[in-house]
Write a new protein. Structure first.
Lengths: 122, 122
DNA sequence: GTCCTTGTACAGTAAACAGGGAACACGTCT
DNA sequence: AGACGTGTTCCCTGTTTACTGTACAAGGAC
């Protein structure tokens, strides 16, 4: 059922109106029907838009794509491939990072970036 | 289409026969039809089994669940929740870890485990 | 009043997902 | 020859996903 955070809809509406977009206009820019967008904003929808659509929303609204995608109950679509590229290590890393505080996460992220300094692998 | 690695099917078959399970027996233990399992093992299926089914396969075969799930082209189902718990940091971490060698990954994982030493959150 | 724009409720849907049933060919055992 | 266990093939199916079209009510502008 792809449970989407109930705040997703209201957040979306708040940001959209703040940007001065009408529902129809915003839907048009996204390539969605006003109907569906209305449903989404009311949280009356079983399945939120796909992550690439949500990414586009974020662009138009000037919000963080990853954050909005998470609110929608989705996962950024580049991540599955990354996880599968190292099927043991990546899940282990995520599980290890699960309990960490934001500050600890930042440290860990810095470590990772330091390591990958030279390798710009495709 | 949930692209599953073509090796998934043949690997599955190889391990199953090595364990002495017949297709019917194995299917029964999994709660699947022999038909579908046959399709899966031949790679003749558009959508591989769900990740919890693949996990059960791994248990029965004594294989790594994460690895088999990746072969199936799926993502372990505990990961989306973890990612969403820190929508900025987790994707960033994965992307930073993307280019790393297995050895570097191990180091990073150790760091993460050291940090989380005390916190047994949730 | 009527025109236009706003969002909304109702109903529907093509395609993908995740399989399943029945019958079949083949080898083996007795 | 019959029974049995192996995997396979053809075709079928309920459910979910990610939406859409049409029509409508409420509020302002002219």
């Amino acid at each position: 059922m792809t449970e989407s955070n109930p705040n997703f809809g209201s957040f979306l509406r708040e940001r959209r109106t703040a940007k001065g977009y009408s529902l129809r206009r915003f839907a048009e820019l996204l390539g969605l029907s006003p109907t569906y967008l209305s449903h989404v904003e009311q949280g009356k929808v079983d399945s939120p838009p796909t992550s690439d659509r949500v990414r586009r929303m974020a662009e138009l609204l000037g919000e963080s794509a990853d954050e909005l995608i998470a609110m929608a109950g989705r996962v950024p679509d580049d991540l599955p491939k990354i996880i599968q590229s190292q099927p043991e290590a990546m899940p282990a890393l995520l599980r290890a990072a699960k309990g960490l505080t934001p500050a600890q996460m930042k440290k860990l992220l810095d470590q990772a970036n330091k390591m990958g300094g030279k390798e710009g692998s495709q």
